[in-house]
Design a protein around this ligand. Structure first.
Ligand code: BGP
Length: 467
């Protein structure tokens, strides 16, 4: 539908930016931090690990100054569980917790709304070694961790996100399970336990800080059928339910998506549900929904002939196919980034409309951005017109989604500064701020605003009127 004029971004719109702890902080064993599963990560030759990352832990004040210069209204970061509770369940590490206290204070002092993710792919190693999310003990540990965070940061942090990309941890589990990739029944059990843990944290926050908001942050994307063949349409519908809606249905409606449940039964991976779980899930209601959006996916009907799953280069945004469920397909209307991720700005609008239509809750875009091999020029500048173009197109579609009636409360591109990619190390950069380091040589770690930084500053200053 064409509009005579798009609606303006609402007053108080949270123009933000995102990071996650293990990808940005470094200081992997500083001040009493315990190891997380990410510290065991063994990258391929020539690719960095997460030990130093962007060394945000030691540059935090300088980084927040840059956020203020950019004019950010919100900053989405994640707390490293094992920095706060080194073994995940035992003694609190005061020095680690103090880091987040200082970060939150610095943000609040600059009128930047802190948006804290409680868990972003970095399970404390001690919990992992005891069975990780497959064990109910991890639910108890998460609830206690939540209590510590809410007690110590809850007076200043009013926006919480429970778990980042729970669906990606089920569908692309490699990066979170060093040494051994769990089978599907274990992954769906992990996922069920994460639902219960999120619900407990949600109820706890509402009890402790009724003025605060909390929600999940899955990776959601509209799934397109490869053609108008009704069998392709059903496959797209199925995969959208299994990959996306299941995660928001449990969080918002308190029950599993029926189609996803039928899939889990068929595949023999329906989780064990303990007495009381469903009552708890029904009681815990999120206040808003985070949405990580990078790309849509296009799928065709499965043939169930042993070839539905096709190895394709890529990572969490690439649909590999699943025997008897769907096949990954190409979309000739769309282009891809140099890392093979589909670029689909209109797909963001479609995705937001579908989420809003199903759940009727405010939405915060918690991630979206372009990974590229940015270059630091000899004169100290970084020109990233491709990132400006990518974000402008997505912002325009977000504005159209608002015009369509979506209650979009903010937009946090990934990422505030360059950081270590989940799969492709430091060469794949997303930031508004360039960090002077390579894969193996650390460089000066200087912070250098890119062209996109100056452009985004104008967008924020004009509340989206000037893009
Ligand atoms: C999301 C993760 C982020 C981030 C982003 C970009 O799935 O939540 O942690 O890494 O994807 O992905 P990548 O780093 O693989 O390019």
């Amino acid at each position: 539908m064409f509009y005579k004029q798009a609606k303006a971004f609402p007053d108080g719109f949270l123009w933000g930016a995102s990071t996650s702890s293990y990808q940005v902080e470094g200081a992997w064993n500083a001040d009493g931090k315990g190891p997380s599963v990410q510290d065991l990560h063994e990258p391929p030759a020539g690719i960095t690990d997460f030990k130093v990352a962007s060394d945000h832990y030691h540059h935090m004040e300088e980084d927040v100054e840059l956020m203020a210069e950019l004019g950010l209204k919100a900053y989405r970061f994640s707390v490293s569980w094992s920095r706060v509770i080194p073994d995940g369940a035992g003694k609190v590490n005061e020095a680690g917790l103090a880091f987040y206290g200082r970060l939150v204070d610095a943000l609040v002092a600059h009128d930047i709304v802190p948006v804290a993710t409680m868990f972003h792919f970095d399970l404390p190693l001690a919990l992992h070694e005891n069975g990780g999310w497959a064990e109910r003990a991890t639910i108890d540990a998460f609830e206690r961790y939540a209590r510590v965070l809410f007690e110590r940061l809850g007076d200043r942090v009013k926006h919480w996100l429970t778990i980042n990309e729970q669906n990606v941890m089920v569908i692309h589990p490699g990066a979170m399970n060093p040494g051994r990739v769990p089978d599907q029944p274990e992954l769906y059990q992990q996922s069920h336990n994460m639902f219960v843990a999120s619900a407990k944290a949600t109820l706890l926050l509402h009890e402790m800080w009724p003025d605060a908001k909390i929600g999940p942050a899955p990776n959601i994307t509209a799934i397109y059928p490869a053609s108008c063949d009704p069998r392709d349409v059903i496959a797209a519908d199925n995969w959208e339910a299994i990959r996306c809606w299941n995660y928001l249905d449990v969080a918002c409606f308190g029950h599993y998506n029926p189609l996803a449940w039928a899939y889990m039964e068929e595949k023999g991976c329906a989780p064990r549900i303990e007495p009381g779980d469903m009552e708890l899930l029904a009681k815990a209601k999120p206040d808003y929904l985070g949405c990580n959006y990078y790309a849509t996916a296009t799928v065709a009907a499965a043939k169930n002939d042993g070839h539905d799953r096709a190895p394709r280069a890529g990572d969490q945004q690439v649909m590999l196919g699943e025997e008897g469920v769907y096949r990954g397909a190409e979309n000739s209307s769309l282009t891809k980034t140099e890392y093979g991720w589909i670029i689909d700005a209109v797909g963001l609008r479609t995705t937001l409309r579908r989420i809003a239509g199903r759940y009727g809750l405010p939405i915060l875009i918690t991630e979206n951005g372009l990974g590229a091999k940015d270059v630091l020029e000899a004169d100290g500048t970084v020109h990233d017109p491709y990132r400006i173009d990518y974000l402008r197109r997505h912002f325009e579609q977000a504005q159209l989604a608002i015009t369509d009636g979506v209650d979009l409360i903010g937009y946090c591109p990934w990422s505030f500064m360059d950081l270590v990619s989940t799969h492709q190390g430091y060469g794949k950069r997303y930031g508004f701020v360039y960090i002077d380091r390579g894969e193996e040589e650390l460089g000066s770690l200087a912070r250098i605003p890119k062209d996109s930084f100056r452009w985004y500053k104008g967008v924020i200053r004009s509340n989206g009127a000037e893009m």
